[in-house]
Write a protein that binds this ligand. Structure first.
Ligand code: GLC
Length: 737
């Protein structure tokens, strides 16, 4: 609708501006260059002056600089394509970008600036924990602040558009991109999507601290068969609407400037050619006013997906479906002109797409300020505030999975730090590390433990083994220091490239050599703290029983070592909780909390292993004890148009101050469709001083919290019995008309 309005205003304005133009004395600045005009007015005027060729060029994106992203085949490009709409900018400063912008504006007949985008997934140069870890903080405000830091560093380095946040709900850890999203739950992913969009875009896109966000990958990409990246996905219309679309609707409502269509085939129609999702749902039903960019070569990939015979047909299918900008493969640049000439693509659709792109360029202020200020590094990246925030995010993202006999916080004289991650900094960064550098990582866990404890504790170090392979020659040294120590800290995990794009793994287990190392040092008989550095849920069934304590630190970013040392010393009380289920074995995958009801809840279990996961969604321990009071609701029957304020008291009954997240779930046991056994509808994290209690509230709104969408995306609210749940507490609620 918004785009239709823009088209109508274009037609109207084209007429009026022609008249107005006649009224303008020669040499007067054209309307579109008048910053005092509205964006729609400026778009309409500029569009009316453009040739078809100029319009089509705006619908293409190429690459500039040295592509250091291993997943996209590193290539260097300084190809200058006059009039193109956008570049993916791979360098980390504004110089090359500004030189290309200057070159463009010197040759551009209408002076249309270039738009520079880049993959900023969890930081630009200050690298934060991976998004899957950030979700475990249950702190949307912190996530938003982290995105704001990333925006500040990116914009001041020449990037005004980030291909982030990635909001694909994912429940199969074999899929490497589970690292990039916020986990298995649609509501949690929606909340973090909104926080990320707000952090990236701020209140004014023209600010030197704001960037345009990009919701990706639209949609259902996390369902890739067998966890194999790029594979086709089969997603029921019901699941599409109640699980995979909600985060995108939330992000669109939050004002996300762009959306990226996904690679995957969706029930027989690839995402990049999916008119129903891209146009009928995203642009019409949700009134999305931004633009859609295809993923890397995704237009041309329609050929390999079997729906296009050649690049021309691929261009036609993607553009007609609703993809406005073509990333990298030039299908649009080479074929849209002919498709218009043949009458297959109406000019109105070209104008609509170009208008969406121009509108963003105006909103970003690129016509007024096309050049990024070329600041020295120390004035734009790794600023003290940025690193403090990265530390805080790492502290709040780490999850204490196990702590038998209160082994943590550490209390020992001599500690052996063992494993491939014990003194490693590189693989604390994770996948999609933008311009993060190993040298920015402020020490390994071994370094930070010595810094944290000083002379109070002696630390011994041995790698013991590599990340994979079968070299056990280091075991003896590991065992030797284990003999000398009171406590062992085993630092195991994954390499950066084992998750992220094009990083599928057949098993969630760590490589056998790492498990063997742990089993070997276990024989020494000392208490073991297992610290995990990984980008996906892991299979821990064989090693969990060998460990007295387990800390999931994910890939914690440049400040991860300091954050972990703070947790192990007790300076920081861990507050993270899992945003994704840890299965007992890979064989349980997919396994997640909000499944639909089984026909026989007490049968159908695995015959060979337990059916419950090892660690459930929301699991996370603290050094203190939080005691939950009873759920309270002011009345147990409400009308559809009423709100209800539920509450629960949580007492910090231990000796540590700490932060606790309360997750509020709803269940609808009898409905006209089968709904998940329970659904997260709200969460809140609060600091609770030792010995005190806090009240947590949930403002339940039936239309928002009790309703459901059907397979056509229509929302319904049915009277009847519902339950509200917090942990093991459950309370009944009757909804009446
Ligand atoms: C990649 C990814 C996408 C990224 C894009 C540009 O293939 O799928 O997430 O934003 O290409 O690098």
């Amino acid at each position: 609708m918004k785009t239709l309005f823009r088209i109508c205003s274009i037609v109207l304005f084209f007429g009026l501006s022609f008249l107005l133009d006649c009224a303008y004395p020669a040499g007067e600045i054209p309307l579109y260059k008048d910053a005092g005009r509205t964006v729609d007015e400026r778009v309409a005027d500029l569009l009316s002056r453009m040739t078809l060729e100029e319009k089509i060029l705006q619908l293409n994106q190429y690459i500039l600089g040295e592509n250091s992203n291993v997943n996209n085949i590193g290539e260097v490009s300084d190809t200058f394509i006059p009039g193109i709409g956008s570049y993916i900018y791979f360098n980390d400063n504004a110089v090359l970008r500004n030189s290309l912008q200057r070159r463009e504006l010197e040759v551009s007949r209408l002076g249309i600036p270039l738009l520079f985008g880049f993959d900023v997934i969890h930081g630009f140069r200050t690298i934060f924990p991976i998004p899957l870890a950030q979700a475990c903080s249950w702190n949307p405000e912190l996530v938003g602040q982290a995105c704001a830091v990333a925006a500040q560093e990116a914009r001041m380095s020449g990037v005004e558009w980030v291909f982030s946040p990635m909001i694909d709900v994912a429940r199969d850890g074999r899929w490497g991109r589970v690292a990039e999203g916020y986990g298995e739950d649609p509501y949690a992913t929606s909340v973090f999507a909104v926080a990320a969009v707000g952090g990236y875009q701020g209140s004014d896109l023209s600010s030197p601290r704001s960037v345009a966000a990009c919701l990706k990958h639209f949609v259902g990409y996390g369902l890739s068969q067998g966890g194999r990246d790029y594979e086709a996905t089969d997603v029921s219309p019901q699941a599409l609407w109640d699980t995979y679309l909600p985060p995108y609707e939330a992000g669109v409502c939050a004002g996300a400037a762009t959306v990226m269509s996904a690679f995957n085939d969706i029930n027989g129609t690839p995402a990049a050619a999916n008119h129903y999702l891209l146009t009928e749902v995203l642009k019409e039903k949700w009134d999305f006013g931004g633009f859609v960019v295809a993923d890397w070569n995704a237009v041309e990939q329609l050929i390999s997906q079997g729906v296009a015979a050649d690049k021309k047909e691929a261009a036609y299918k993607a553009f007609a479906a609703g993809v406005d900008m073509d990333m990298k493969d030039f299908c649009y640049k080479d074929h849209l002109g002919a498709l218009v000439a043949e009458g297959k693509i109406p000019v109105a659709r070209i104008d609509e797409a170009v208008a969406n792109i121009l509108a963003l360029k105006f909103r970003l202020g690129l016509f007024e300020q096309p050049y990024a200020v070329e600041l020295p590094e120390d004035e734009r990246i790794l600023l003290p505030y940025n690193k403090e925030l990265a530390t805080k995010m790492a502290e709040e993202s780490m999850v204490l999975l196990k702590n038998d006999n209160g082994l943590l916080p550490l209390c020992a004289k001599t500690v052996a730090v063992i494993g491939p991650m014990a003194d490693n900094q590189e693989h604390m960064l994770g996948s999609w590390t933008a311009h993060g550098r190993v040298e920015d990582v402020e020490g390994s866990i071994y370094d930070n433990l010595q810094k944290e404890f000083g002379k109070k504790m002696d630390f011994l170090y041995a790698a013991g083994c590599g990340f994979d392979g079968d070299d056990r020659s280091g075991f003896a040294e590991a065992r030797a220091i284990a003999e000398q120590a009171d406590v062992l800290i085993l630092c195991l995990g994954e390499k950066n490239a084992w998750s992220g794009e094009n990083a599928s793994r057949s098993t969630l287990a760590l490589p056998a050599i790492q498990e063997a190392l742990l089993q070997d040092v276990k024989k020494v008989g000392k208490p073991i703290v297992l610290v995990l550095f990984n980008g996906r849920p892991l299979e821990l069934c064989r090693i969990e029983p060998l460990c007295d304590a387990i800390v999931e630190v994910w890939q914690p970013g440049i400040m991860g070592g300091k954050a972990l040392a703070g947790i192990l010393s007790g300076r920081i009380n861990p507050s993270g909780k899992l945003s994704i289920t840890f299965p007992l074995t890979t064989g349980q995958v997919p396994i997640y909390y909000n499944t639909r009801q089984s026909a026989r809840p007490f049968q159908g279990k695995y015959q060979d292993i337990p059916t419950e996961p090892l660690y459930a969604f929301g699991h996370g321990l603290s050094y203190t004890t939080f005691e939950y009071g009873d759920l309270y609701l002011p009345k147990d029957t409400i009308r559809k148009n009423e709100k209800l304020r539920l509450e629960i008291q949580v007492t910090n009954a231990g000796n540590f101050d700490g932060k606790e997240t309360v997750h509020w779930f709803v269940s609808d046991p009898t409905c006209s469709i089968s709904r998940p056994v329970k659904e997260l509808k709200f969460f809140e994290k609060q600091f609770i001083e030792a010995g005190t209690c806090r009240t947590f509230y949930f403002e339940l709104i039936p239309e928002r919290d009790l309703s459901f969408v059907n397979a056509q995306g229509e929302r319904f609210l049915e009277t009847g019995t519902y339950y509200v749940m917090v942990k093991d507490k459950k309370i009944k609620l009757e909804l009446i008309d």
